[in-house]
Design a protein around this ligand. Structure first.
Ligand code: PLP
Length: 388
């Protein structure tokens, strides 16, 4: 008999990825599905990064690497974080992890006791509740309202915060594309201090901001000691398959987390760490090249959706997705997405996969070339019109 912990990871419901899995099976069966589901770039990891990885592997960096990360990569990350946020940061504040997802698990493992209430904002990245359950916490959704541009308010958080231990946020946000404003971040910071919460800040879309700017809440007054930042090179450098990221946190947290790594992953692949170090040392040139298509593609969707009354674009300031509100069709996001896949061979994610606040919406990953995206949106709008 398997443990309750593993059999209840998805909360007894779905894992949210059914449409993606169905579309993937259809593609494997030879059907020409346009895949606008998961956050996987249509470009691969750049040649320079792969060459750095290749050289590091051939150079012999194939044994166990230092458990908290190579000193050189930890130093590179610390310098980058300090330069971008102004918060003094050393290697001792940095732990290298195999991707942001693993960083989210480790951060909560450090911050939350089994049985504690762990808050996260809704709409949310589909794995969040499962990650919180994996550490034994009770996930508690804090709805952020569409009419506030999906920016949570102090009142939204305070309504759920009594007795909670942590708050997980994500800006730029997946799925909504919201980039939290200075006012939103001030409200989050006040709520964390008033209710004595750890703040876990998922910043994996940090480099993909179209409007406004990314501010890390670790840089706000009173927040450095209670913030654990999770980041990775998956989205910024199109390195999803390399599984490489980091946690930035107070030194004592990193020191305890090193114990967790010693007893779980035992570190991250050395030649991948060397490639990550190379990538981060290129300044922002590689990450700008990866981010550029998403802004252009947001514009394509914006132009096509403008002046339509069947689908409204949710204003988005970053990440690599846009959300369409299709409530005017009377269909749930799930029914719309299933019908669109069956009839038009276009795969998008239903908003319901990301929580209740996104019901009646679709999330569209901007991860195919411009022409294919345009064709898919034109057909999606025609499908919507035929239903009103
Ligand atoms: N956090 C968010 C908001 C994401 O969208 C994703 C991936 O899509 C992750 C974390 C996980 O990223 P990684 O590949 O670094 O594990």
């Amino acid at each position: 008999k398997l443990s309750n912990r593993i059999t209840t990871l998805n909360g007894g419901g779905s894992n949210g990825w059914e449409i993606f899995e169905k579309a993937r099976d259809m593609i494997a069966a030879g059907e020409p599905v346009t895949m606008l589901t998961i956050g996987e770039h249509d470009i691969g990891t750049s040649r320079e990064i792969l060459e750095a990885m290749h050289q590091a592997a051939l150079g012999g960096h194939t044994g166990y690497a230092a458990i908290p990360g190579t000193p050189a990569l930890r130093e590179t990350v610390a310098k980058r974080v300090e330069a971008r946020t102004g918060v003094p940061t050393t290697s001792k504040n940095v732990l290298i992890v195999p991707g942001g997802q693993s960083g989210l698990f480790a951060s909560h493992f450090a911050a939350v006791n089994p049985g504690d209430r762990a808050l996260h904002i809704d709409p949310y990245y589909a794995t969040y509740p499962g990650t919180l359950r994996a550490v034994g916490a009770e996930p508690v959704a804090v709805p952020a309202r569409a009419e506030n541009g999906f920016q949570p308010t102090y009142e939204d958080i305070a309504a759920k915060a009594q007795g909670a231990t942590s708050l997980l946020i994500n800006s730029p946000n997946n799925p909504t594309g919201a980039v939290y404003s200075p006012e939103t971040l001030a409200a989050i910071s006040k709520a964390c201090q008033d209710f004595d919460l750890w703040l876990i800040s998922d910043e994996v879309y940090e480099t993909q901001v179209w409007d406004g700017e990314h501010i890390s809440p670790r840089s706000l007054p009173g927040m450095e000691e209670r913030t654990i930042v999770v980041n990775s090179l998956s989205k910024s450098h199109a390195m999803t398959g390399s599984r490489i990221g980091w946690i930035v946190a107070p030194e004592a947290v990193i020191s305890e987390l090193t114990e967790l790594v010693t007893n779980t992953n035992y570190g991250v692949t050395g030649f991948v760490q060397d490639a990550a170090q190379f990538a981060l040392n290129q300044g922002d040139s590689l990450e700008k090249a990866v981010a550029a298509p998403f802004l252009r593609r947001r514009g394509i969707v914006q132009n096509l959706v403008e002046n339509q009354n069947v689908a409204q674009l949710v204003p988005a300031q970053g990440a690599m997705y846009v959300m369409l509100d299709v409530r005017a069709t009377g269909l749930s996001g799930k029914d719309f997405a299933n019908g669109l896949l069956d009839e038009e061979l276009i795969a998008v994610m239903p908003g319901e996969s990301f929580g209740q606040a996104a019901a009646g919406h679709l999330r569209i990953a901007l991860t195919v070339d411009d022409d294919r995206l345009e064709d898919a949106i034109v057909r999606l709008l025609a499908y919507a019109k035929a239903r009103v």
